[in-house]
Design a protein around this ligand. Structure first.
Ligand code: HEM
Length: 162
């Protein structure tokens, strides 16, 4: 067992493995609504950094769909948090925001993508991750693309699984 870097104490509620308890809901004005399951894993190796992996699957076929992974940092002594994210769609992203209690509110600070990324291109992402009083983790993601203003894409809740 590696000792948790004390810088991470305000974010320790994230650590561990989470699994959607019922399928999450995906929506967007330009697509057919869908349901998905997702596993989240947050870990650390003693550095003042959380490592994460999010793996999503189609709720009916179990087919792997969206995947993202990266690192989470907190500016020591503040509530300023940064996510450094790589997505399987060819998007890389820095999201920054504030930690308020057990709620993280993040938005895109910078964004890059592969030259042949699918269109429409994402222009902005807003994400809320919170630990609810009932012990479940909840994530809501909104995005803006070339064609749509900031609109909700995802909503899901997770229970601790290990
Ligand atoms: C569609 C972005 C996470 C499933 C899309 C579209 C974009 C997008 C730009 C196309 C919208 C359009 O055509 O107007 C993102 C971003 C994500 C994310 C930035 C994370 C921050 C997820 C997750 C799932 C998912 C976790 C879960 C399975 C889908 C599906 C579609 C879609 C099924 C419609 C079919 C398709 O275009 O492939 N997403 N997505 N997305 N997304 Fe996401």
């Amino acid at each position: 067992e590696v000792k948790l870097n004390p810088v991470l104490l305000p974010l320790s509620w994230l650590l561990g493995t989470w699994e959607s308890d019922e399928p999450g809901e995906g929506n967007y004005p330009s697509i057919k609504p869908f349901r998905y399951t997702e596993k989240l894993h947050f870990s650390h190796v003693g550095q003042p950094v959380i490592n994460f992996m999010f793996n999503a699957f189609h709720a009916e076929s179990n087919k792997p769909l969206h995947r993202e992974c990266g690192f989470i940092r907190i500016q020591p002594g503040t509530t300023r948090v940064a996510f450094i994210i790589a997505q399987n769609s060819g998007l890389v992203e820095i999201e920054e925001g504030e930690l308020t209690g057990n709620q993280l509110k993040l938005q895109t600070q910078s964004l890059g993508r592969i030259s042949f990324a699918k269109e429409p291109h994402v222009q902005q992402i807003c994400r809320v991750l919170q630990l609810r009083p009932d012990g479940k983790l909840e994530q809501t993601v909104s995005m803006a693309t070339d064609n749509q203003p900031l609109t909700q894409h995802l909503h899901i809740t997770y229970s601790r699984s290990a």
